[in-house]
Design a protein around this ligand. Structure first.
Ligand code: NAP
Ligand code: GDD
Length: 336
């Protein structure tokens, strides 16, 4: 049985990747951080399933603690490592740049060093990002497009991208970068724009909220579906040679278009509810991202399955369930 170690297992991608690898018959180990409140909500359904119990293990650790990473590496002896852990919010990275770089850049280096000192044969996946293209020099972006990072987060990801290649070339590590464009799902963090919109729109529809405050509505992103994208991570590590791949849908849409889809699906006009709040603008913005995933299609045989419209609809449906429950609880509370 193959063993996979995942950093960031409690995040959106970590949860889908865990589901995917357990189905493939892997033993999965996930590194979680100590928190004063529960934060395993996205993987509880997997952890509590008796069928998975001998195959899913959670251990404490942190990308800022290299000593712990090295001992976990020798204790677990994984065949594959997926480095998904990160301070992943671009806007927040302007507020906490040092912490972001410590986790997203030096954290990767700590993990790579733990692998190197362990002297075991391991395959390594690095969660690189389309944010590295930043102020894009060409559209669409592919594996040869130069980077122009526009945030502390993106600069940290560029550092990790090159360290991953450096460990491949210097030490012969089977190490791959997946340059993933934005990918969303009902498990997306609630402060990212798509989820913020689906949460608010469904709550507005049920009378639980009046307004939605957003920043730049003209930004364009290449939005795919998270469950589709984690398959590409795994495929990269199953090849004969390590390499780097863009993973994207090839379509780009503005925040306004996402608002049209979601509010339109609920029979609402978003212009009546959305207000602009300058706090949500970034000091430097990435105006447009659109990927070209031809290399992944050709070598990995990977293609996205879920469309932009379908993502908007399935996220709205999932958040409507949450909003309906909220409404029931609120009504019960009012009767007491
Ligand atoms: P996410 O939902 O924000 O999850 C981030 C994960 O990293 C969480 O499990 C978090 O743990 C963990 N983490 C944060 N700081 C850590 C630290 N110091 N040590 C160990 N773990 C830490 O992110 P995601 O959307 O799943 O994205 C997964 C990865 O892909 C990230 O590296 C992200 O930058 C990258 N990426 C994402 C996208 C996208 O569109 N989603 C696109 C390209 C690249 P807690 O639960 O304890 O906070
Ligand atoms: N979060 C947020 N909140 N974004 C807003 C808002 C708002 O209220 N209003 C407008 N936006 C715009 C942002 O300015 C940005 O241009 C766009 O919506 C998308 O923002 P996010 O959903 O926060 O995602 P991101 O593109 O900055 O970053 C995500 O994708 C990257 C891949 O390109 C994250 O998942 C990163 O971790 C990931 O690397």
């Amino acid at each position: 049985m193959k063993k996979a170690l995942i950093t960031g297992i409690t995040g959106q991608d970590g949860s889908y990747l865990t589901e995917f690898l357990l189905k493939k018959g892997y033993e999965v180990w996930g590194i979680i951080r100590r928190s004063s409140s529960f934060h395993t909500g996205r993987i509880d359904h997997l952890y509590q399933d008796p069928h998975n119990q001998p195959k899913l293990h959670l251990v404490y650790g942190d990308l800022t603690d290299g000593t712990n990473l090295a001992s976990l590496m020798s204790e677990i002896a994984p065949d594959e490592i997926y480095n998904l852990g990160a301070q992943s919010h671009v806007r927040v990275s302007f507020d906490i740049p040092i912490y972001t770089v410590n986790t997203d850049a030096l954290g990767t280096l700590r993990l790579l060093e733990a692998i190197r000192s362990g002297k075991r044969k391991v395959k390594f996946y690095q969660a690189s990002s389309s944010e590295m293209f930043g102020k894009v020099v060409e559209t669409p972006q592919n594996e040869t497009t130069p980077f122009y990072p526009r945030s502390p987060y993106a600069c940290a990801k560029v550092y990790s991208f090159w360290q991953t290649i450096n460990y491949r070339e210097a030490y012969g590590l089977f190490a791959c970068n997946g340059i993933l464009f934005n990918h969303e799902s009902p498990r997306r963090g609630e402060t990212f724009v798509t989820r913020k919109i689906t949460r608010a729109a469904t709550r507005i529809k049920l009378g639980l909220q009046d307004k939605l405050y957003l920043g730049n509505l003209d930004a364009k992103r290449d939005w795919g579906f998270a469950a589709d994208f984690v398959e590409a991570m795994w495929l990269m590590l199953q090849q004969d040679k390590p390499d780097d791949f863009v993973i994207a849908t090839g379509q780009t849409h503005s925040v306004k278009e996402f608002l049209d889809e979601v509010f339109g699906y609920l029979g609402l006009d978003w212009k009546k509810y959305v207000e602009i709040d300058k706090r949500y603008f970034r000091p430097a913005e990435v105006d447009i991202l659109q990927g070209n995933a031809d290399k992944a299609a050709k070598i990995l045989g990977w293609k996205p399955k879920v469309t932009f419209k379908e993502i908007a609809k399935l996220m709205t449906d999932a958040d409507m369930d949450i909003a309906e429950n909220e409404k029931i609880i609120k009504e019960k509370g009012n009767k007491k």
